[in-house]
Design a protein around this ligand. Structure first.
Ligand code: COI
Length: 360
Protein backbone atom coordinates (compact mmCIF):
# COMPACT_ATOMS: atom_id res chain seq x y z
CA UNK A 1 0.00 0.00 0.00
CA UNK A 2 1.36 3.42 -0.97
CA UNK A 3 2.28 5.41 2.11
CA UNK A 4 0.30 8.62 2.60
CA UNK A 5 2.15 11.86 3.28
CA UNK A 6 0.41 14.27 5.62
CA UNK A 7 0.45 17.63 3.83
CA UNK A 8 0.47 20.81 5.92
CA UNK A 9 0.87 23.65 3.43
CA UNK A 10 2.87 26.71 4.41
CA UNK A 11 0.88 29.72 5.60
CA UNK A 12 3.58 31.99 4.18
CA UNK A 13 4.11 30.98 0.54
CA UNK A 14 6.51 33.01 -1.60
CA UNK A 15 4.49 35.83 -3.24
CA UNK A 16 3.65 34.81 -6.84
CA UNK A 17 5.46 37.83 -8.27
CA UNK A 18 8.70 36.98 -6.41
CA UNK A 19 8.42 33.36 -7.55
CA UNK A 20 7.92 34.42 -11.17
CA UNK A 21 10.99 36.69 -10.96
CA UNK A 22 13.07 33.79 -9.62
CA UNK A 23 11.79 31.50 -12.37
CA UNK A 24 13.02 33.88 -15.08
CA UNK A 25 16.63 33.06 -14.10
CA UNK A 26 16.81 30.44 -11.35
CA UNK A 27 20.46 29.41 -11.84
CA UNK A 28 21.20 26.18 -10.00
CA UNK A 29 20.61 25.51 -6.30
CA UNK A 30 20.19 29.14 -5.30
CA UNK A 31 16.47 29.36 -4.58
CA UNK A 32 14.30 26.88 -2.73
CA UNK A 33 10.61 26.12 -2.99
CA UNK A 34 8.06 26.59 -0.20
CA UNK A 35 7.85 23.02 1.13
CA UNK A 36 9.92 20.06 2.22
CA UNK A 37 9.39 16.39 2.97
CA UNK A 38 10.48 14.80 6.23
CA UNK A 39 10.19 11.24 7.45
CA UNK A 40 11.68 9.99 10.72
CA UNK A 41 13.24 6.62 11.50
CA UNK A 42 14.17 4.71 14.63
CA UNK A 43 14.88 0.96 14.89
CA UNK A 44 11.71 0.40 16.96
CA UNK A 45 9.22 2.54 15.01
CA UNK A 46 10.78 2.11 11.54
CA UNK A 47 9.87 4.87 9.09
CA UNK A 48 7.13 7.09 10.53
CA UNK A 49 5.68 10.59 10.50
CA UNK A 50 5.62 11.10 6.70
CA UNK A 51 5.09 14.82 6.20
CA UNK A 52 5.10 17.62 3.65
CA UNK A 53 5.44 20.89 5.54
CA UNK A 54 6.72 24.45 5.10
CA UNK A 55 10.42 24.64 4.21
CA UNK A 56 12.11 25.54 7.49
CA UNK A 57 15.51 25.32 9.19
CA UNK A 58 16.12 22.03 10.96
CA UNK A 59 17.15 21.69 14.60
CA UNK A 60 19.97 19.26 15.31
CA UNK A 61 21.69 18.34 18.55
CA UNK A 62 25.36 19.42 18.29
CA UNK A 63 26.26 15.78 18.92
CA UNK A 64 24.25 14.51 15.91
CA UNK A 65 26.31 11.83 14.15
CA UNK A 66 25.96 13.45 10.73
CA UNK A 67 27.88 16.50 11.96
CA UNK A 68 30.83 14.42 13.11
CA UNK A 69 31.01 11.30 10.96
CA UNK A 70 29.11 12.39 7.82
CA UNK A 71 26.63 9.51 7.91
CA UNK A 72 24.57 11.00 5.09
CA UNK A 73 23.44 10.23 1.53
CA UNK A 74 21.72 12.20 -1.22
CA UNK A 75 20.08 11.98 -4.62
CA UNK A 76 19.33 14.36 -7.47
CA UNK A 77 16.47 14.13 -9.97
CA UNK A 78 14.33 16.50 -11.97
CA UNK A 79 10.67 17.24 -12.73
CA UNK A 80 9.84 18.63 -16.17
CA UNK A 81 6.82 20.54 -17.39
CA UNK A 82 5.41 19.36 -20.72
CA UNK A 83 3.70 21.54 -23.32
CA UNK A 84 0.24 20.56 -22.02
CA UNK A 85 1.18 21.76 -18.51
CA UNK A 86 1.59 18.28 -17.01
CA UNK A 87 4.62 17.54 -14.80
CA UNK A 88 6.82 14.46 -15.10
CA UNK A 89 9.75 12.91 -13.22
CA UNK A 90 12.55 11.27 -15.19
CA UNK A 91 13.31 7.66 -14.13
CA UNK A 92 12.69 8.20 -10.39
CA UNK A 93 12.84 4.47 -9.61
CA UNK A 94 16.51 4.41 -10.68
CA UNK A 95 17.24 7.15 -8.16
CA UNK A 96 15.29 5.18 -5.55
CA UNK A 97 17.41 2.10 -6.25
CA UNK A 98 20.66 4.01 -6.09
CA UNK A 99 19.54 5.72 -2.87
CA UNK A 100 18.91 2.29 -1.35
CA UNK A 101 22.37 1.14 -2.48
CA UNK A 102 23.95 4.26 -0.96
CA UNK A 103 22.06 3.68 2.31
CA UNK A 104 23.46 0.14 2.52
CA UNK A 105 27.03 1.45 2.06
CA UNK A 106 26.55 4.16 4.72
CA UNK A 107 24.57 1.80 7.01
CA UNK A 108 21.50 4.00 6.96
CA UNK A 109 18.01 2.45 6.95
CA UNK A 110 16.62 1.59 3.51
CA UNK A 111 13.62 3.48 2.20
CA UNK A 112 11.50 1.42 -0.18
CA UNK A 113 11.26 2.52 -3.82
CA UNK A 114 7.58 3.32 -3.64
CA UNK A 115 7.95 5.63 -0.63
CA UNK A 116 10.92 7.35 -2.25
CA UNK A 117 9.01 8.04 -5.48
CA UNK A 118 5.86 9.07 -3.62
CA UNK A 119 7.84 11.46 -1.37
CA UNK A 120 9.28 13.22 -4.40
CA UNK A 121 5.92 13.31 -6.17
CA UNK A 122 4.21 14.68 -3.01
CA UNK A 123 6.70 17.54 -2.85
CA UNK A 124 6.29 18.31 -6.56
CA UNK A 125 2.50 18.41 -6.09
CA UNK A 126 2.83 20.80 -3.12
CA UNK A 127 5.24 23.04 -5.04
CA UNK A 128 3.75 22.62 -8.53
CA UNK A 129 3.78 26.37 -9.10
CA UNK A 130 7.59 26.22 -8.83
CA UNK A 131 8.01 23.87 -11.79
CA UNK A 132 9.29 26.18 -14.55
CA UNK A 133 7.14 26.57 -17.64
CA UNK A 134 7.64 24.55 -20.82
CA UNK A 135 9.78 26.08 -23.50
CA UNK A 136 13.17 26.74 -21.94
CA UNK A 137 15.65 24.27 -20.50
CA UNK A 138 14.50 24.65 -16.94
CA UNK A 139 13.19 22.08 -14.52
CA UNK A 140 12.54 21.52 -10.84
CA UNK A 141 15.58 19.87 -9.25
CA UNK A 142 14.68 17.52 -6.39
CA UNK A 143 17.16 16.71 -3.67
CA UNK A 144 16.25 13.73 -1.47
CA UNK A 145 18.70 13.16 1.39
CA UNK A 146 19.02 11.11 4.57
CA UNK A 147 21.11 11.87 7.62
CA UNK A 148 21.97 10.54 11.07
CA UNK A 149 20.38 12.71 13.75
CA UNK A 150 21.21 10.66 16.85
CA UNK A 151 23.34 12.55 19.40
CA UNK A 152 26.11 10.03 20.04
CA UNK A 153 29.85 10.38 19.55
CA UNK A 154 30.77 6.72 19.41
CA UNK A 155 31.39 5.52 15.86
CA UNK A 156 28.50 3.19 15.01
CA UNK A 157 25.38 3.40 12.80
CA UNK A 158 22.95 5.98 14.19
CA UNK A 159 19.67 4.91 15.77
CA UNK A 160 17.83 8.06 14.78
CA UNK A 161 17.67 9.10 11.17
CA UNK A 162 15.75 11.65 9.10
CA UNK A 163 14.86 11.41 5.41
CA UNK A 164 14.03 14.65 3.67
CA UNK A 165 13.40 16.11 0.22
CA UNK A 166 13.86 19.73 -0.82
CA UNK A 167 13.54 21.31 -4.26
CA UNK A 168 14.86 24.20 -6.28
CA UNK A 169 14.01 25.53 -9.72
CA UNK A 170 17.00 24.90 -11.97
CA UNK A 171 18.48 26.30 -15.14
CA UNK A 172 21.89 25.31 -16.51
CA UNK A 173 24.40 23.87 -14.02
CA UNK A 174 27.32 25.29 -15.99
CA UNK A 175 26.66 28.75 -17.38
CA UNK A 176 28.90 27.84 -20.36
CA UNK A 177 27.52 24.27 -20.48
CA UNK A 178 26.57 23.86 -24.09
CA UNK A 179 29.74 25.48 -25.39
CA UNK A 180 31.81 22.95 -23.50
CA UNK A 181 34.08 22.48 -20.51
CA UNK A 182 37.76 21.70 -20.13
CA UNK A 183 38.63 19.07 -17.53
CA UNK A 184 41.66 19.11 -15.25
CA UNK A 185 43.07 15.59 -14.91
CA UNK A 186 44.31 15.51 -11.36
CA UNK A 187 47.32 13.30 -10.74
CA UNK A 188 47.48 14.48 -7.14
CA UNK A 189 43.97 13.65 -5.93
CA UNK A 190 41.72 10.60 -6.17
CA UNK A 191 37.94 10.67 -5.92
CA UNK A 192 37.50 7.07 -4.87
CA UNK A 193 39.54 4.08 -3.79
CA UNK A 194 38.76 0.48 -4.64
CA UNK A 195 36.46 -0.62 -1.81
CA UNK A 196 35.74 2.99 -0.81
CA UNK A 197 32.55 5.02 -1.14
CA UNK A 198 32.96 6.11 -4.78
CA UNK A 199 29.81 4.39 -6.01
CA UNK A 200 27.70 5.73 -3.12
CA UNK A 201 26.16 9.16 -3.38
CA UNK A 202 27.27 10.53 -0.03
CA UNK A 203 28.09 14.07 0.98
CA UNK A 204 31.64 13.20 2.02
CA UNK A 205 32.60 12.43 -1.59
CA UNK A 206 31.61 15.97 -2.57
CA UNK A 207 33.40 17.57 0.42
CA UNK A 208 36.57 15.76 -0.66
CA UNK A 209 36.15 17.13 -4.20
CA UNK A 210 36.40 20.78 -3.18
CA UNK A 211 40.19 21.00 -3.03
CA UNK A 212 40.70 19.18 -6.37
CA UNK A 213 38.04 21.50 -7.82
CA UNK A 214 40.04 24.50 -6.58
CA UNK A 215 43.09 23.00 -8.30
CA UNK A 216 41.12 22.66 -11.55
CA UNK A 217 39.96 26.28 -11.42
CA UNK A 218 43.54 27.43 -10.79
CA UNK A 219 44.48 25.71 -14.05
CA UNK A 220 41.64 27.37 -15.94
CA UNK A 221 39.43 24.24 -16.01
CA UNK A 222 35.77 24.01 -14.99
CA UNK A 223 35.87 20.51 -13.48
CA UNK A 224 38.18 17.69 -12.44
CA UNK A 225 38.58 14.37 -14.21
CA UNK A 226 39.67 11.83 -11.61
CA UNK A 227 41.89 8.83 -12.14
CA UNK A 228 41.26 5.49 -10.44
CA UNK A 229 42.09 1.82 -10.73
CA UNK A 230 44.90 -0.03 -9.00
CA UNK A 231 47.59 2.14 -10.59
CA UNK A 232 45.53 5.35 -10.44
CA UNK A 233 45.90 5.59 -14.21
CA UNK A 234 42.32 4.75 -15.32
CA UNK A 235 39.63 7.31 -16.11
CA UNK A 236 37.13 7.41 -13.24
CA UNK A 237 34.50 10.18 -13.36
CA UNK A 238 34.26 13.90 -13.15
CA UNK A 239 32.86 14.29 -9.64
CA UNK A 240 29.47 15.64 -10.62
CA UNK A 241 29.27 13.74 -13.95
CA UNK A 242 30.14 10.48 -15.70
CA UNK A 243 32.31 10.76 -18.81
CA UNK A 244 31.89 9.36 -22.34
CA UNK A 245 34.12 9.18 -25.41
CA UNK A 246 33.05 8.68 -29.03
CA UNK A 247 35.63 6.89 -31.16
CA UNK A 248 36.32 7.04 -34.89
CA UNK A 249 35.06 3.46 -35.26
CA UNK A 250 31.67 4.37 -33.83
CA UNK A 251 32.04 3.19 -30.27
CA UNK A 252 30.61 5.01 -27.28
CA UNK A 253 33.12 4.33 -24.52
CA UNK A 254 32.57 4.91 -20.82
CA UNK A 255 34.35 3.57 -17.71
CA UNK A 256 32.73 0.46 -16.19
CA UNK A 257 30.88 0.64 -12.90
CA UNK A 258 32.89 -0.05 -9.76
CA UNK A 259 34.19 3.07 -8.08
CA UNK A 260 32.12 5.51 -10.18
CA UNK A 261 28.55 6.61 -9.60
CA UNK A 262 25.91 4.56 -11.42
CA UNK A 263 24.47 7.63 -13.17
CA UNK A 264 20.86 7.73 -14.35
CA UNK A 265 21.90 9.91 -17.30
CA UNK A 266 24.82 7.51 -17.93
CA UNK A 267 22.44 4.56 -18.13
CA UNK A 268 20.06 6.52 -20.38
CA UNK A 269 22.84 7.50 -22.81
CA UNK A 270 24.08 3.89 -23.01
CA UNK A 271 20.52 2.77 -23.75
CA UNK A 272 20.09 5.41 -26.50
CA UNK A 273 23.51 4.75 -28.09
CA UNK A 274 22.34 2.20 -30.68
CA UNK A 275 19.60 4.59 -31.90
CA UNK A 276 22.41 6.99 -32.81
CA UNK A 277 24.48 4.33 -34.57
CA UNK A 278 27.00 3.90 -31.76
CA UNK A 279 28.04 0.71 -29.99
CA UNK A 280 27.97 1.20 -26.19
CA UNK A 281 31.12 -0.14 -24.52
CA UNK A 282 31.73 -0.12 -20.75
CA UNK A 283 35.34 -0.92 -19.88
CA UNK A 284 38.39 0.54 -18.19
CA UNK A 285 40.03 3.34 -20.16
CA UNK A 286 43.55 4.33 -19.24
CA UNK A 287 44.85 7.88 -19.27
CA UNK A 288 47.51 6.78 -21.78
CA UNK A 289 44.81 5.43 -24.12
CA UNK A 290 42.85 8.68 -23.86
CA UNK A 291 45.96 10.75 -24.49
CA UNK A 292 46.91 8.68 -27.55
CA UNK A 293 43.31 8.74 -28.85
CA UNK A 294 43.13 12.52 -28.57
CA UNK A 295 46.48 12.88 -30.36
CA UNK A 296 45.76 10.53 -33.29
CA UNK A 297 42.07 11.42 -33.70
CA UNK A 298 40.71 8.04 -32.55
CA UNK A 299 38.73 9.89 -29.87
CA UNK A 300 36.49 12.20 -31.85
CA UNK A 301 34.16 13.50 -29.13
CA UNK A 302 33.96 13.62 -25.35
CA UNK A 303 31.09 14.59 -23.12
CA UNK A 304 29.97 14.38 -19.52
CA UNK A 305 26.56 13.23 -18.32
CA UNK A 306 24.70 13.89 -15.09
CA UNK A 307 21.29 14.91 -13.81
CA UNK A 308 22.29 18.47 -12.98
CA UNK A 309 24.62 18.92 -15.96
CA UNK A 310 22.51 16.91 -18.49
CA UNK A 311 25.00 16.34 -21.35
CA UNK A 312 27.93 18.71 -21.24
CA UNK A 313 30.45 18.72 -24.10
CA UNK A 314 34.07 18.28 -23.06
CA UNK A 315 36.22 20.30 -25.42
CA UNK A 316 39.63 19.81 -23.83
CA UNK A 317 41.78 18.17 -21.16
CA UNK A 318 44.69 19.52 -19.15
CA UNK A 319 47.05 17.79 -16.76
CA UNK A 320 50.60 18.09 -15.42
CA UNK A 321 51.56 15.75 -18.30
CA UNK A 322 49.73 17.14 -21.33
CA UNK A 323 47.13 19.52 -22.74
CA UNK A 324 44.85 18.41 -25.56
CA UNK A 325 41.70 19.58 -27.22
CA UNK A 326 39.02 17.16 -28.34
CA UNK A 327 38.66 17.15 -32.14
CA UNK A 328 38.45 20.76 -33.31
CA UNK A 329 37.63 21.99 -29.79
CA UNK A 330 33.91 22.39 -30.55
CA UNK A 331 31.02 20.30 -29.14
CA UNK A 332 30.61 17.19 -31.30
CA UNK A 333 27.65 16.08 -33.39
CA UNK A 334 26.83 12.95 -31.35
CA UNK A 335 27.12 15.00 -28.16
CA UNK A 336 24.52 17.45 -29.47
CA UNK A 337 22.28 14.60 -30.63
CA UNK A 338 22.33 12.87 -27.24
CA UNK A 339 21.62 16.12 -25.45
CA UNK A 340 18.67 16.93 -27.71
CA UNK A 341 17.30 13.39 -27.64
CA UNK A 342 17.37 13.26 -23.85
CA UNK A 343 15.81 16.70 -23.44
CA UNK A 344 13.15 15.84 -26.03
CA UNK A 345 12.16 12.76 -24.02
CA UNK A 346 12.22 14.70 -20.74
CA UNK A 347 10.06 17.55 -22.09
CA UNK A 348 7.68 15.17 -23.87
CA UNK A 349 8.71 16.11 -27.43
CA UNK A 350 10.03 12.63 -28.30
CA UNK A 351 8.25 9.35 -27.77
CA UNK A 352 9.10 7.76 -24.42
CA UNK A 353 9.69 4.29 -25.86
CA UNK A 354 11.44 3.04 -22.69
CA UNK A 355 8.74 4.16 -20.25
CA UNK A 356 11.16 6.50 -18.45
CA UNK A 357 8.75 9.32 -17.64
CA UNK A 358 6.63 9.17 -14.48
CA UNK A 359 3.65 11.51 -14.34
CA UNK A 360 3.23 13.35 -11.05
C1 COI B 1 23.35 15.62 -9.94
O1 COI B 1 23.70 15.65 -11.11
O2 COI B 1 22.17 15.49 -9.60
C2 COI B 1 24.31 15.71 -8.86
O3 COI B 1 24.07 15.18 -7.82
C3 COI B 1 25.47 16.55 -9.03
C4 COI B 1 25.40 17.58 -7.97
C5 COI B 1 26.33 17.30 -6.88
C6 COI B 1 25.26 18.95 -8.41
Amino acid sequence: MTVQFQVRPTDRPTPPQTREEILTDPGFGRYFTDHMVTVAWTPDAGWHDHQVTALAPITLHPGAAVLHYAQEILEGLKAFRHADGSVWLFRPTLNARRFAASSRRLVLPELDEETFVESVAALVRADEAWVPGYGGEQSLYLRPFMYATEAFLGVRPARQVTYSVIACPAGAYFPGGVTGVTLWISTRYSRAAIGGTGSAKCGGNYAASLDPQREALEHGCEQVLYLGGEQRRDIDESGTMNVFFVTADQELLTPSLGTILDGVTRDSVLTLAATHGLKPVERSISLDELRAGLADGTVTEAFAAGTAAVITPIVGFKSEEFTASVGDGEPGTYTRQFREHLLDIQYGRAEDTHGWMHRV
